[in-house]
Design a protein. Structure first.
Lengths: 113, 116
């Protein structure tokens, strides 16, 4: 059974800092991995999708890497801003049960002025 | 381009009642998945529909059911509501069925269900 862990559970940084969020998964037989952000009481916004054959994806100030063999992904946020404050979730889609996403518990990020 | 639309946004129901939630996927998307989000359990997969067929189901009791229409819109139904069903129910749409090509999932704003 796939298990996804995100560390840290919460993080507070001053504006302008670069930061890294971590995601680890126990079963490396994944189809892809997706990073989302969720604002309080809202739905999920897709940030980046990495296919299992890819090593990284970039979008603006965000860069996500994937090391499938070690079961790890990182989300790098450059020059953080208060608007980046949200909960960040990673989710994996396994090759055997590709219909569903298995989510981590998230990292709650606060960027302070 | 319109995103995923879920209605209603908020619902308050009494124990024992039933409820139907609706999800309209992004135009052209044929896969719709449902997830339950609670503070204690996080995001849990309910089921996925593709071309009006349920392709996969999560570990939820039979009180949770769903369907998909020919226009890809989906509904989920929860019968005999329990207090523990209080949650944010999220719908996601993808271009294709999970595991076949680009399956980036796009989520709606969710329906907040409160059972009293």
């Amino acid at each position: 059974k796939q298990e996804v862990t995100q560390i840290p559970a919460a993080l507070s940084v001053p504006e302008g800092e670069n930061l890294v969020l971590n995601c680890s998964f126990t079963d490396s037989a994944i189809y892809n991995l997706q990073w989302f952000r969720q604002d309080p009481g809202k739905g999920l916004t897709s940030l980046l999708l990495i296919q299992s054959s890819q090593r990284e994806q970039t979008s603006g100030r965000l860069n996500a890497s994937l090391d499938k063999s070690s079961g790890r992904s990182t989300l790098y946020i450059a020059a953080s801003q208060p608007g980046d404050s949200a909960t960040y979730l990673c989710a994996v889609r396994n090759t055997g049960t590709a219909s569903k996403l298995t989510f981590g518990t998230g990292t709650r990020l606060q960027v302070t002025l | 381009k319109a995103g995923v639309t879920q209605t209603p946004r908020y619902l308050i129901k009494t124990r024992g009642q039933q409820v139907t939630l609706s999800c309209s996927p992004i135009s052209g998307h044929r896969s719709v998945s449902w997830y339950q989000q609670t503070p204690g359990q996080g995001l849990q997969f309910l089921f996925e529909y593709f071309s009006e067929t349920q392709r996969n189901k999560g570990n939820f009791p039979g009180r949770f059911s769903g369907r998909q229409f020919s226009n890809s819109r989906s509904e989920m139904n929860v019968s005999t509501l329990e207090l523990g069903d209080s949650a944010l129910y999220l719908c996601a749409s993808s271009l294709v069925q999970g595991g076949l090509g680009d399956t980036e999932a796009f989520f709606g704003q969710g329906t907040r269900l409160t059972v009293v």
